[in-house]
Design a protein around this ligand. Structure first.
Ligand code: ATP
Length: 361
């Protein structure tokens, strides 16, 4: 995506405060975020971080206590003379049609068929009866459920229910889809098929997707940008690659470790005698890199240029956003000054290094 695009969603200095008896809950604190057309923007955080509250501000399902909400160039909320003002109800109703939403528990109407669930948002549209039927058929085709049009939600698997919910969310041709933990109730295989569907909709329809989740794995599969939320604030944000190769905050690192095999690799590596018996000046380090750097030249240059040998204990390369992203866990051995210099040069070549055990002397 070109960076000069105007944001399709712009949230500026958003606060959401809930008043509860004699206490105030600040669910969202001064959050600003710009989402560009065509982005799949992942917002990650633990339960209670404020993700749902924040994304519900986009379509004013949740009114902000303060801040500006601009969607598709239209100002839905802003602070004027110290008072938060909102777009007129009728205009909001129209604006909301362009913002689809899907949820963890699907929210389907159980007494209606699949086709009727998808038809529901078109009830008051100007389309003729046959146009509506055609639209429903096309939507079911798009989500791969043409053969289940007359089934009832109770007859569907979780993944199929979410497909119906997606078709329903797309009925009014929205430009934005908000996914609030849409894959959290699904098993890993079904999760992947729903994420693949979201990616397809992003590519084929140019749909902008805001994906909130507590699973970095889901974000990793499809998002191009990521923000991490904690205690109502965005504590870190960036491109998927930046976040995976050079996370700054501990919480981001923890989330990333859950989505790579590094955490598991590290656990096994720690059990190995060579690590348990690690003696100075040897050090255990992790290298994380993206793009053209590959492990082989990296390792051979350590020896060639610094006479530092690297014993690889764990290696993992995966493709994110069509870019290889690698993680290596190695023991470096050599003269102390050489190890230091080698690590410096590795860092300078764009590889993120983390000292896992031992000390640089
Ligand atoms: N309507 C409400 N009234 C009072 N407090 C609320 C309300 N909605 C949310 N909160 C509180 O705001 C904070 C943020 O909640 P929110 O649901 O946005 O978090 P989340 O990151 O989406 O977590 P989860 O995935 O569990 O929903 C929590 O402390 C929650 O209890």
């Amino acid at each position: 995506m070109v960076n000069t695009l105007e944001p399709i969603i712009s949230l500026q200095n958003i606060d959401v405060t809930f008043q509860q008896k004699n206490k105030e809950i600040q669910a969202v604190k001064d959050v600003s975020i710009d989402i560009l057309p065509g982005d799949i923007y992942g917002i990650v955080g633990y339960s209670g971080a404020g993700k749902s509250t924040l994304v519900r501000v986009i379509n004013l399902l949740q009114q902000p206590t303060n801040g500006t909400v601009i969607v598709n160039g239209q100002t839905l909320a802003e602070n004027v003379n110290d008072r938060e003002r909102f777009i007129a109800k009728n205009d909001l109703r129209i604006a909301r049609k362009k913002i689809g939403m899907i949820f963890q528990h699907f929210n389907l109407m159980n007494e209606r068929t699949v086709a009727d669930n998808v038809l529901f948002p078109l009830t008051h549209s100007d389309l003729s009866r046959s146009e509506k039927s055609e639209k429903v058929a096309a939507l079911l085709e798009l989500v791969g459920l043409s053969d289940r049009a007359t089934a009832y939600p109770s007859q569907l698997s979780g993944g199929q229910k979410q497909r119906v919910a997606i078709a329903r969310a797309l009925a009014n041709d929205p430009e934005i889809l908000i996914s609030d933990e849409a894959t959290s109730a699904l098993d890993p295989k079904t999760t992947n098929s729903i994420l693949a569907l979201l990616k397809k909709l992003n590519i084929e329809l140019g749909l902008t997707i805001v994906l909130i989740t507590h699973e970095m794995q889901a974000v990793k599969e499809v998002a191009n940008k990521v923000a991490v939320m904690e205690n109502g604030e965005i504590i870190e944000r960036g491109s998927l690659l930046e976040m995976f190769t050079n996370p700054q905050k501990q919480l981001t690192k923890d989330f990333i470790d859950t989505a790579t095999q590094v955490e598991e690799g590290l656990r096994k590596v720690q059990e190995q005698p060579s690590v348990q018996e690690l003696a100075a000046p040897d050090v255990l380090v992790k290298f994380a890199y993206a793009g053209d750097t590959t492990d082989e030249p990296l390792i051979s240059s350590l020896f060639k240029d610094y006479e530092v040998s690297a014993n690889i204990l764990f290696g993992n390369v995966e493709i994110l956003q069509e870019t290889p992203v690698g993680n290596l866990i190695v023991i470096l051995s050599g003269r102390p000054a050489s190890i230091k210099a080698a690590l410096k040069s590795v860092e300078a070549s764009g590889v993120t290094t983390t000292l896992l055990k031992g000390e640089l002397v």
